[in-house]
Design a protein around this ligand. Structure first.
Ligand SMILES: C[S@@+](CC[C@H](N)C(=O)[O-])C[C@H]1O[C@@H](n2cnc3c(N)ncnc32)[C@H](O)[C@@H]1O
Length: 211
């Protein structure tokens, strides 16, 4: 499964940004951040050859819908072939910046989870800000709705102050080790009361994150 990934990395190193897919441990840690027992609309940015996708598909409810945004045409084709038999999965060879339009086209006002594997840290600042704003706006105004990312650095926390609550953990069992960070949208834009004070590995932001 990873030969195609390495090949596409050699063709587009800055876009693909990794020579090997995520480890099993990282994949499980990311999937554990979601409650997939209910019907959900889930979005994945940059699935690559589909290592996280397979785990999400394995766990998700029969009435869920998973929309994949993969910019690389060969990887998108590979995903299409892999998930064609599953009517819950839609593969788009598209920039994840088009998320709002693609959701609307499928009759969804919002989605419940967005999982991202794209190399945010090398995005140009204006594009990064815009993408993070679209990401926030596309999530349902629910306490369970969240944006989940895995990244070498945790620099995105500083760019996501509009998310009222953040939890982060470090996964050493991946090459390279990664931060797995979950940004909650929450129902009213403030940290939920039941969440406890500053959770074990995370921190909360109150109000609209303007401090
Ligand atoms: C580091 S790889 C992650 C692959 C896989 N999720 C994993 O964990 O092994 C990043 C992927 O994001 C894709 N990508 C980068 N920018 C993107 C964008 N703006 N929209 C959609 N996909 C993008 C790349 O083509 C590549 O497949």
């Amino acid at each position: 499964m990873s030969a195609i990934f390495l090949k596409r990395f050699l063709q587009r190193p800055f876009q693909v940004a990794s020579i090997i897919p995520s480890s099993r441990t990282l994949i499980r840690r990311v999937a554990d951040k979601m409650d997939l027992s209910q019907p959900r609309v889930i979005v994945e940015y940059g699935p690559g050859e589909g290592c996280h996708t397979r785990e999400i598909v394995r766990r998700m409810h029969p009435d869920s819908h998973l929309i994949l945004f993969e910019l690389d045409p060969e990887l998108a084709q590979h995903l299409e072939e892999q998930f064609r038999p599953d009517r819950r999965v839609t593969v788009l060879n598209a920039d994840c910046a088009t998320l709002a339009a693609e959701l609307a086209q499928r009759g969804h006002t919002h989605c419940d989870y967005i999982v991202s594997g794209i190399p945010f840290s090398i995005l140009e600042p204006a594009k990064k800000r815009e993408l993070l704003r679209h990401t926030y706006d596309s999530l349902a105004p629910e306490d369970s709705a969240a944006f989940i990312i895995y990244q070498v650095t945790n620099e995105l926390v500083g760019h996501c102050r509009h998310f009222p609550r953040v939890e982060s953990e470090y996964c050493l069992q991946n090459l390279p080790p990664m931060f797995v960070t979950k940004f909650y949208k929450t129902a009213n834009g403030s940290a939920p009361k039941h969440a406890g004070a500053n959770g074990k590995n995370g921190h909360h932001r109150n109000g609209n994150g303007r401090h």
